[in-house]
Write a protein that binds this ligand. Structure first.
Ligand SMILES: *Cc1c(COP(=O)(O)O)cnc(C)c1O
Length: 426
């Protein structure tokens, strides 16, 4: 028996019952449109928490008041500013505090991590990644391979969906790892695929990768703040993510990186170093020899970008209060409801075929649903936009929507259904 109903009344009732309903009020919902906006692109740029302005203003005021002395005397001193964020970020990804730092941007961090964890030899030089990885990740992998004098076409091995399928079978990833065996230097996969929303079995991939002696890393741009993560317990070697998607830290916002405890104290790891990675106890004695922090902080190059981190901190304070457990609970319901509505539209309309290519199993997806609008083109997307839906369109006919549990609600899901159903005419 289905407990869901595709009615406004039902959606509103779910919103009333939602223990997280008040968090929507802590965000600025976009107002640019003549219609009410249904914002479903938190997977590209999360909305602005209302608190962000005061966090940034705090630093502007302290800068005005203190000048350089703000490094010590600002309300939140700039010298250790990143430390205010570490614990909150670590909780979100299931890590220890010494395994996480927020710094730089995502692609920069991927490179810095690969400098340490992609150490190819003539025998072991291959990288396993998912087919159609996010372009920046592909470019990063290709350039790392070339940096070490190898050819991307030899070194990079992609696992993709089987013919006629959209998502990648777990067994195909795991068997590819075994097949590559001692030629496999590193696995680098997007923990949640940006296109289909598929969640990969990070624990199993890590285990299988370690069995053949490879290093295992994940790009969590679409995973962080979206699905539960246990990077430490899974034994993942390294990971990075961005702050501006589900973490709502503003355009170009700072990225987080994770390095497992088993590596952070290894001073012999090759890395590209900068002064902010040097042991903070004697950093300002300006010694000639680099002595890394015994933590993920050793991968920091430069002093902290305080204005950007202020926005990050504002947002992570919300995550800290809500907690990933409650967020995930709501997310399962909200995305389940959206899925039900889309299926209901298909069932009632012979001329409509909206195929959800995101896995049906809730354990294998986060909040995002990717929909193939069969028989439709860009005109459909334009109609959605005209009606205030902010979603993502990929040629030829894929719509990606992300009902984000922090600020989207069941009424948004209902509205999206109404608008898309009316936008598809026979
Ligand atoms: C969003 C995203 C990026 C963006 O990289 P930036 O360095 O933040 O511009 C990279 N990889 C993946 C998988 C993404 O989803």
């Amino acid at each position: 028996m289905n407990i869901w109903e595709n009615t406004l009344e039902f959606a509103k009732k779910q919103d009333e019952l939602d223990p997280l309903k008040d968090y929507r009020n802590q965000f600025h919902l976009p107002t640019f449109h003549k219609n009410k906006v249904t914002y479903f692109t938190g997977n590209s740029l999360g909305l602005q928490p209302k608190a962000t302005k005061s966090f940034i203003n705090q630093e502007l005021n302290d800068w005005a008041k203190w000048g350089v002395e703000g490094h010590f005397h600002a309300e939140r001193p700039w010298m250790p500013y990143h430390e205010f964020i570490t614990e909150k970020a670590a909780k979100i990804v299931g890590a220890q505090n010494n395994e996480v730092v927020v710094t730089h941007s995502l692609t920069t961090n991927l490179h810095l991590l690969m400098v340490s964890f992609y150490r190819p030899s003539n025998k072991r030089f291959k990288i396993l990644c998912e087919k159609k990885a996010f372009p920046s990740d592909q470019y990063a992998l290709q350039s790392q391979v070339k940096f070490h004098g190898f050819e991307p076409s030899d070194a990079i091995v992609e696992v993709g969906p089987r013919d006629g399928e959209y998502t990648i079978r777990e067994e195909d990833i795991l068997s590819k790892i075994a097949e590559l065996g001692d030629t496999l230097a590193m696995i680098m996969i997007g923990g949640v695929n940006y296109f289909t929303g598929q969640v990969f079995p990070m624990n199993k991939i890590t285990e299988e990768g370690h069995k053949v002696g490879a290093k295992v890393g994940f790009d969590l741009a679409h995973g962080v703040g979206n699905i539960p993560l246990s990077l430490h317990d899974w034994g993942v070697d390294f990971a990075a993510w961005c702050g501006y998607k589900y973490l709502n830290s503003g355009p170009g916002g700072s990225s987080g990186l994770f390095i497992h405890e088993k590596h952070v104290k290894n001073k012999d790891l090759i890395r590209f170093a900068g002064w902010w990675g040097h042991d903070k106890n004697d950093r300002f004695l300006m010694p000639d020899k680099f002595n890394p922090m015994p933590s993920a902080e050793a991968w920091q190059l430069s002093n902290a970008p305080v204005l950007s981190l202020a926005a990050h901190l504002a947002s992570l304070e919300i995550f800290d209060i809500v907690g990933m457990k409650a967020l995930r609970e709501k997310s399962l319901k909200l995305t389940g409801y959206q899925e039900f509505i889309i299926n209901d539209i298909n069932n009632r309309n012979e001329h409509i075929n909206l195929e959800i290519i995101t896995p049906k199993d809730p354990d294998k997806r986060g909040c995002q649903l990717s929909i193939v609008a069969h028989g439709q083109g860009k005109a459909l997307f334009e109609k959605l936009s005209d009606n205030g839906v902010v979603a993502d369109w990929r040629e030829p006919n894929v719509i990606r929507i992300a009902p984000v549990p922090l600020y989207n609600n069941f009424e948004d899901a209902y509205n999206f259904g109404q608008i898309i159903e009316k936008s598809i005419t026979n």
